[in-house]
Design a protein around this ligand. Structure first.
Ligand SMILES: C[S@@+](CC[C@H](N)C(=O)[O-])C[C@H]1O[C@@H](n2cnc3c(N)ncnc32)[C@H](O)[C@@H]1O
Length: 420
């Protein structure tokens, strides 16, 4: 997982749209996921470690399969990792939980494999993206999505070309710092038309399509730097994104075994899963935030604003957020981790696997061995460490290089088992 800067356009989240749109350069391939690759260190039970090692040799073809390419998201799990872990560590019809579901990679793969998927995230934006990526809509809903987006795009582009100014509310007026004025106006026109649609599953998908294109058109993005963004281009791009989503949803529908329920996804704090019953889930598969690597509220600030989502709660409860310096404050990080691990220990059924993708972060200005510290804490909470695999992720940031000097910085997949 790459460190993220406040420049949203550099987010490690895959490319921002279909390749051929008039007025835009063909997409340059961006770093999509945790950079998988390199030597794999194994520890613990040999057979389990061999199974985990398979999760780190991804099939690049899967990166944009199903709905995985629809919306960029910082720190996504590679779909291959999710697919292989689900196939190896759970059975058809079983329940799979991801309490840090982010954009829903685990949930989409669990559904496609005929598992009952349950997910939550403290970010309402993450929940919307995950819901949109896993609600297949049926042929009629998908047709409504594509046609609705096409009509909205036509209208917004037409208004933009005629230089008709929509009425701009106070919050959007400030957005001229983030977007060139004509781009902000066109995006605002799109937003206003989307706001007139019903707030059902299709309406939510339209809102997510807007969210998915915002970063591409910000000042400082590759496109904005490369050439002036023509009037009508954001609208065209928006319609293309809806088509891409519809295709992914159709593929997901075809792949999902009949009778599989759609994933249950809600906003929840992983440190307190509340009503989730004890001893329930057959597999927990998750990638919690790495210490001091991202700030998920700040990172998605533009999307929270444009979608009218509240971010204060995420600011308050998110774990591991990067602070002013580099890294997370130690006491809170450790306390939070104990809380979310103990919730996982509570809701996993006896004998279930808990698989966590974790990365070495920075705690109180010092490097942390994420696998070792997670395993030590898990053991105390009744989750027995079985095996782990690790791969080096050399830091690109010079300050991180200084902090990690002489020590490897690694990403790990840790397998724990709830004791019987
Ligand atoms: C590494 S990302 C997960 C990415 C996800 N696996 C995917 O493929 O998109 C970590 C997620 O943890 C969420 N998060 C941070 N603090 C949380 C908390 N206290 N409770 C629940 N989710 C939290 C963030 O909003 C973020 O979406």
């Amino acid at each position: 997982m790459e460190r993220v800067t406040k420049k949203h356009h550099k987010e490690a989240g895959g490319h921002e749209g279909p390749a051929k749109v008039p007025g835009l350069r063909p997409e340059r391939r961006k770093q999509a996921f945790s950079v998988l690759g390199g030597a794999v260190e194994r520890a613990g039970d040999a057979e389990s470690a061999a199974a985990l090692a398979e999760l780190l040799t991804p099939d690049p073809g899967l990166a944009r399969a199903l709905t995985h390419g629809f919306h960029s998201y910082a720190g996504r799990m590679h779909p291959f990792t999710a697919r292989t872990a689900i196939a190896r560590f759970s059975q058809l019809g079983q329940e799979v939980l991801d309490p840090f579901c982010g954009s829903g990679t685990v949930l989409v793969e669990a559904m496609a494999a005929g598992r009952k998927a349950v997910g939550s995230d403290a970010s309402p934006l993450a929940v919307i993206i995950a819901q949109v990526r896993s609600t297949t809509l049926g042929p009629e809903g998908r047709a409504r999505l594509v046609e609705g987006a096409r009509q909205i795009a036509e209208q917004a582009a037409e208004r933009a070309r005629k230089r008709q100014r929509p009425e701009i509310p106070q919050w959007a007026a400030r957005e001229k710092d983030r977007f060139f004025p004509h781009v902000a106006l066109e995006l605002y026109g799109l937003r206003a038309l989307i706001g007139e649609t019903k707030e059902d599953d299709v309406g939510r998908a339209l809102r997510a399509c807007l969210s998915s294109i915002l970063v591409k058109f910000m000042r400082g993005s590759e496109e904005a730097q490369a050439r002036r963004i023509g009037r009508g281009v954001p609208s065209h791009f928006f319609a293309g994104r809806a088509e891409e989503l519809a295709r992914g949803l159709e593929a997901l529908e075809r792949r999902t075994p009949a009778g599989t329920p759609r994933p249950q996804i809600r906003v929840a704090d992983a440190r307190d899963l509340g009503i989730a019953p004890a001893d329930r889930f057959d597999l927990i598969l998750s990638s919690p935030p790495y210490a001091g690597t991202y700030d998920y509220a700040e990172h998605h600030d533009v999307r929270f604003l444009w979608l009218g989502l509240p971010r204060a709660n995420l600011d308050r409860v998110q774990v591991g957020a990067r602070d002013e310096g580099l890294g997370s404050a130690a006491q809170r990080w450790l306390h939070d981790r104990r809380r979310w691990l103990s919730e996982m220990a509570r809701v996993a059924r006896r004998g279930a696997a808990v698989i966590l993708q974790v990365g070495d972060g920075v705690v109180a200005g010092a490097p942390e061995d994420a696998a070792q510290t997670v395993e030590d804490e898990a053991q105390r909470l009744g989750l027995t460490p079985v095996a782990r695999v690790s791969q080096a992720r050399p830091p690109h940031d010079y300050r991180l290089r200084q902090i990690f000097e002489g020590r490897p910085r690694r990403e790990h997949i840790v397998l724990l088992r709830k004791e019987h």
